[in-house]
Structures are given as structure tokens and as C-alpha cells.
Design a protein around this ligand. Structure first.
Ligand code: MN
Length: 282
């Protein structure tokens, strides 16, 4: 099976703070990129050090409609609360998969204990699009703790299967369209081949270390978007590495988004702002 080549490399397209808790680098966005569907956006936060505080930092209640937010914590601890009645605390290795669908308000904060102790925060938030037929469905929350994430061990290397499957091992995350999401740790010198279905978009975020892909060296905080042609991705670790791999079937529908809403038409975006202002997101 042929090897997928690198389509492009991103070192980030926008650095900004989300509230006062999350200093993020946006690695891709549907606003500028058309080769990432079903994913819409990836924000990489940190690693950033926070001093002890009495007041949890983060972002206050805000709306979302039309997609899912997937939060993966590597260091630190965050809490989530939403108006659909879901709440959860996630720490290193844990994942929160929130389906906003027709709409929720949620807050995203550092946990009390992380706030009081201070420390290093490192996390990723990935936005996953919903097909039109599910955009106005019922909101859902999946708290996926590290103990529930299956691990594929290949020698000293590991692939944690958050969603989809790898070598026949299935993650527990429920998704609306086919998505694979892996937390990968390779030791220096190791190689890994990842099979990818034809026509699936695929990308890889390097969080730590250094890898060689198709003759190119990639370092921490760089993201590779792979070309659509070819059957598998081949990675060689030059150093001990930590990576997030994502692939999925593109959703071939128009995308119209504004701020926290991502729908299919301008009229649906106007409706989302109208519904939010008239208090329907509760
Ligand atoms: Mn949010």
C-alpha cells in the first residue's frame, strides 16, 4: 500500500487567549483550510505555567451550535459545566467529547485544585463538524477517562485509541461520522505505520519530540496535513515523541460559521444568533 505524502505543515495560524485560562495556537481552521473535514478547528494550548490563584481561570458561559468540541488534557486539570446538565473534570490522559448540536452554553475552567496549586497546563481542543442532519440534534456529553481508553502496545511504543479503531482495537467515543483519534507515544528510533482509509483526511500534531515523515523533520508544536492519496502514514521517531493523530471521512456539505456557531447556511447562522439572544440555549 502506498505511503501518504505531506500536503502541508502548519506552525499555527493564530495565537490568542481563550478567556484568561487557555493560551492557544490555532493549528488549522475551516475558515482558511479546506483539507481538514470532518474537523473544523484545532487549538493547541500550552504547555503554559500558571501561578497559584484563588479564582479559577478559564472561559465563562458561552454558546456553541452545530458541532462537537473534543478536549484532550495532557497536563493540568479542567472542568466543564453546560446547560444540558452535563459536568465533568478531566486531567492528564482524559478526554471530554461534547456534542453541542442544537445548542448549549458551557463554561471551561481550570479545576479548583489546579487553580490553588498552579502548574503546567497543556491541552488540545478539536472541533468536529456534524452532518446537517445532526446539527439540531440533542446535546450530549462523553467524559472519557484515561482508564477507559484502550492501549495498543507495540514494543515500548503505545497508541491510545480515543475514537475509531487502530489494528482492530476500538475506542469508546461515539461519533456521528467515521473518525479516528489516537494519542501516540513513540520512543526514539521507533517506526509506526498508520493505515488510513481512502478519501479520509488525515493530520498529525507533534506535541513533544521530533519525527521524520516522508524525509521531512517535524518538531513539537508543528502539525502535518497529509495528502489525500495513498494508503498509510509512516512515522519514524528521531526522539521520544508525543503526538495526536486524527483522520476522518470528509463531510461534503457547505460550511457557514461565525464565532461559536458552525452551520450550513447564512440563514442558520442568523437563526443561531437570534436563538442565543432570545435565551433559547438553556
Ligand atoms: Mn467552548
Amino acid at each position: 500500500m502506498s505511503i501518504r505524502q505531506i500536503q502541508r505543515i502548519s506552525t499555527g495560524i493564530s495565537q490568542h487567549w481563550v478567556g484568561d485560562g487557555f493560551p492557544v495556537n490555532t493549528m488549522f481552521s475551516y475558515l482558511s483550510d479546506d483539507d481538514i473535514s470532518p474537523f473544523l478547528l484545532l487549538d493547541y494550548a500550552g504547555p503554559a505555567d500558571f501561578k497559584p490563584s484563588d479564582v479559577p481561570r478559564g472561559v465563562d458561559y458561552h454558546p456553541h451550535r452545530g458541532f462537537e468540541t473534543v478536549t484532550i488534557v495532557y497536563q493540568g486539570e479542567v472542568v466543564h459545566r453546560d446547560t444540558a446538565g452535563h459536568a465533568g473534570k478531566i486531567g492528564p490522559g482524559d478526554v471530554q467529547w461534547m456534542t453541542a448540536a442544537r445548542g448549549v452554553l458551557h463554561e471551561e475552567k481550570h479545576s479548583d485544585s489546579f487553580t490553588y496549586s498552579g502548574g503546567t497546563l497543556e491541552m488540545v481542543q478539536l472541533w468536529v463538524n456534524l452532518p446537517a442532519r445532526y446539527k439540531m440534534s440533542t446535546p450530549r456529553y462523553q467524559g472519557i477517562l484515561t482508564k477507559d481508553i484502550p492501549i495498543v502496545t507495540l514494543g515500548s511504543n503505545i497508541v491510545r485509541v480515543i475514537a475509531g479503531s487502530f489494528l482492530g482495537v476500538h475506542g469508546i467515543a461515539k461519533t456521528f461520522t467515521p473518525v479516528h483519534l489516537y494519542d501516540i507515544r513513540l520512543i526514539a528510533g521507533a517506526s509506526l505505520d498508520i493505515p488510513v482509509e481512502p478519501e479520509f483526511n488525515a493530520s498529525l500534531l507533534i506535541l513533544e519530540g521530533e519525527v521524520d515523515i516522508a524525509g521531512k523533520t517535524l518538531k513539537a508544536a508543528e502539525l502535518v496535513v497529509f495528502s489525500i492519496e495513498g494508503g498509510s502514514i509512516s512515522i519514524k521517531a528521531e526522539k521520544n515523541t508525543k503526538m495526536l493523530f486524527m483522520s476522518g471521512a470528509p463531510i461534503s456539505e457547505p460550511i457557514v460559521g461565525s464565532g461559536p456557531f458552525v452551520m450550513n447556511t447564512e440563514a442558520e447562522i442568523r437563526q443561531a444568533f437570534h436563538d442565543f439572544k432570545s435565551g433559547k440555549f438553556v
